[in-house]
Structures are given as structure tokens and as C-alpha cells.
Design a protein around this ligand. Structure first.
Ligand code: AMP
Length: 365
């Protein structure tokens, strides 16, 4: 254990006020820590479970100074924290995961480049700045691909599919992303999508949860099922890639790495998130130690927890009007429910999730 591990009663700062911050604050409380949320929106999901909130923009200098002086370590719950804010905080406070992980993951170009340089295979991709480079990229990738903005794309936003070398189609795709700097990614005929939730502590130990199989609807995660229907070799390859990435980033905390799985079991990394991840929510119901506790342990300097899974499970996101099924879920005997304290259910808005567990079947990878 790190000799500078946080003592009970210490304070952890969390930048971002969404549901991930909410569940991190709950896990921190269980380990005897206090939490402070930095978030401009009042009554946000995280502030409802944390000890206090600093209501200010993520890069407000005065608010950052206040956060630094109030906290023993500072972490974040979303990857679009302004890098200059994280860097300036890091001059006076301990910021984990390291801000460099944020910086790399915020730009699909640096992200893919880092994955490839770390020996982790991705779909083929090309940089796109204008119509000429898009047409050239389409030519190189077989006339088909997904145009993705380099920055600020998530849950399928900022993406356009292209299926020919047609110039008019290329122009309208660039129009649709407001001519933002982009990459073109080869279209992957994947059989399934999986993700790994992995953690690294302050002294370099790694712990990895079982692989989840993910289904997206309208670009948003709908379900995560564990175990995934992949071979033991593919599961091991996913774990090794995550471990490589954690060490390459000199990472501390929990990270989510998403993959496409091809028919022959080949894995292509899609993206990574330097934070706890929606496809790891199942851990709170099917493991003794959740991804949230694991993250708090890592950044606080405590030893990582055991990642063994005691149950098989399916985690389902409750999106928009899905929350109407809560009364029925409450009567299910093996359903673990989390609601995020959001008052208004809007289409596409994640309102909560439910993990249905069943006894673990034998002989699993
Ligand atoms: P992303 O925002 O990159 O995570 O993409 C959202 C979803 O779009 C993914 O989970 C896939 O279902 C799909 N997708 C993204 N990139 C590709 C690709 N290169 N080939 C096929 N499907 C993709």
C-alpha cells in the first residue's frame, strides 16, 4: 500500500457533476472519505450524494484554487475537462488520473495514434481536414467509412457514415460536422462490441474486471452483458491490451477501453475513456468491489480490490421514458437499481440503470 494513502476523513475532489460523479461520491463515502464536486449546474446528480459542491465553470481559476485547497486528491468523471484546467490544478494538487490521459483521449487523432503506438490495433483511419483529404481518405479506405469529429463526439454524436467516393456526399458530410477537424475510420464489420474496465494503482499494480459485451442503440449504450460471448484467448487479448495502455499512460485510476470483435476473434480498439465507464456499472451488482470503489481506492492510494465476479449479469441503461418501468423493476427479486436523481426524463437522457444478476454459470473464460 502507498505510504501516502489518504486517511479516513480526507477529501476527494471530483470535476464533473453527472451520474458517474454521483456513484464515485457514494463509493468514497463508504471508504470514509468526503467529496467536493466542481460543476456549474446546481443540484446535479453528483452534488446530491457528495458533501459539497463548488458551483463554477470547470476552468474558473478561483474555483480551481478553492478545490485544490479543499482536497487531498482530485479526480474527474468526464473526459472533456479542459486540459489547461487539469494542468493548472496539477501544479498545486495531486490530480489523478494524470491530465495527459485526458489530453490524449480528448482528440480521436491523438487517441488512435497513442493506441497504435502502444501496440493496440484499431480500425484503419486517416486524418481529414477538408474535402480533398476526405476524398483521399475514402479512396485509401475502400470508399466507405465513418467520419468522426476529432473532438467532443460521444454517444454517436458528430459522426457521419459514408459509402461512396461521391463528392456531393463528401461535401454534405463535412457540412454535417460543421467542417470540424475529423478522422475517417474504416467501417468495421464487427460481430460484437466488448469493453474492458481496468484499474492501475499508484504503485503500478493492475486489476482488470471481466469483459462485458455491449449493445448500443442510436449510438448510446443500451446493455452490457457479462460474461461476453468471446473465447478465452480473445478475453485475454482484451485484458493484455488494457494492461499495456494503463502502463503506457502511467495511469492511476479506472479506465474503460472499448473494442470491436471481428468474426475471427480479432480485436480492434475503438476508444478509451480515462474514467469509470457506463459499461462497468454491472460491477456494483456482480462483484464485491465495484468500478467506483476501485477508482477511489486507486486515486486514494489504497490497494486495489479483487475483481472476481460472483454472478452473471445484464446491465440495462434506463434512458428517457425507460424509467417508467421502475415500479416493475422494484418488484424483481434479482434486480439492482440505481437512479441518478434527475427530475426530467428527456429522450436520450440516462436516468438510471438496472443490473439483473443470476448465479454464475460454471466453466467460463
Ligand atoms: P463511438 O462514438 O466511436 O464510440 O461510436 C459509437 C458507435 O458507433 C460504436 O459503439 C459502434 O456501434 C459504431 N461505430 C463506431 N465506429 C465504427 C466503425 N469504424 N465501424 C463500424 N461501426 C462503428
Amino acid at each position: 500500500m502507498d505510504k501516502n494513502a489518504l486517511q479516513p476523513g480526507s477529501t476527494i475532489g471530483i470535476i464533473g457533476g453527472g451520474q458517474l460523479g454521483r456513484m464515485l461520491a457514494m463509493a468514497a463515502a463508504r471508504l470514509g472519505y468526503k467529496t467536493v464536486i466542481l460543476e456549474p449546474q446546481t443540484d446535479c446528480p453528483a452534488a446530491q450524494t457528495a458533501n459539497s459542491q463548488i458551483i463554477a465553470a470547470y476552468d474558473d481559476a478561483e474555483a480551481l484554487a478553492k478545490l485544490a485547497s479543499a482536497c487531498d486528491v482530485i479526480t474527474y468523471e468526464f473526459e472533456n475537462v479542459p486540459v489547461h484546467a487539469a494542468d493548472s490544478l496539477a501544479q498545486t494538487a495531486l490530480v489523478l488520473p494524470p491530465p495527459a490521459a485526458l489530453e490524449i483521449s480528448q482528440d480521436r487523432f491523438t487517441e488512435k495514434q497513442f493506441l497504435n503506438e502502444s501496440g493496440i490495433e484499431t480500425a484503419p483511419w486517416r486524418l481529414v481536414d477538408d474535402e480533398e483529404s476526405l476524398i483521399a481518405a475514402l479512396g485509401a479506405l475502400g470508399g466507405r467509412g465513418i467520419l468522426k469529429t476529432r473532438r467532443l463526439g460521444y454517444d454517436g454524436k458528430g459522426q457521419v457514415r459514408l459509402d461512396s467516393l461521391d463528392e456531393a456526399q463528401a461535401r454534405s458530410a463535412l457540412e454535417a460536422i460543421n467542417h470540424a477537424p475529423a478522422i475517417l475510420e474504416g467501417l468495421v464489420a464487427f460481430e460484437r462490441e466488448v469493453s474492458v474496465i481496468a484499474a492501475r494503482d499508484r504503485i503500478g499494480n493492475v486489476a482488470i474486471f471481466d469483459i462485458a459485451e455491449n449493445v448500443h442503440r442510436d449510438g448510446i449504450l443500451a446493455t452490457s452483458t457479462v460474461p461476453a460471448t468471446i473465447s478465452a484467448q480473445t478475453a485475454q487479448a482484451a485484458r493484455s491490451a488494457a494492461e499495456k495502455l494503463l502502463h503506457a499512460l502511467d495511469y492511476v485510476g479506472v479506465l474503460g477501453l472499448e473494442f470491436f470483435v471481428l468474426e475471427d476473434g480479432t480485436l480492434l480498439a475503438n476508444e478509451f475513456a480515462p474514467r469509470v465507464h457506463n459499461s462497468g456499472h454491472w460491477t456494483e451488482a456482480a462483484c464485491a468491489i465495484s468500478q467506483f470503489e476501485q477508482h477511489i481506492r486507486a486515486v486514494a492510494g489504497l490497494p486495489l480490490g479483487n475483481t472476481n465476479r460472483h454472478s452473471d449479469c445484464i446491465m440495462q441503461n434506463l434512458i428517457g421514458d425507460d424509467v417508467k418501468s421502475v415500479p416493475a423493476i422494484l418488484s424483481e427479486p434479482d434486480a439492482v437499481l440505481q437512479l441518478y436523481g434527475k427530475k426530467e426524463a428527456r429522450p436520450g437522457r440516462k436516468m438510471g440503470h438496472v443490473t439483473r444478476i443470476r448465479p454464475r454459470s460454471p466453466h467460463q473464460a
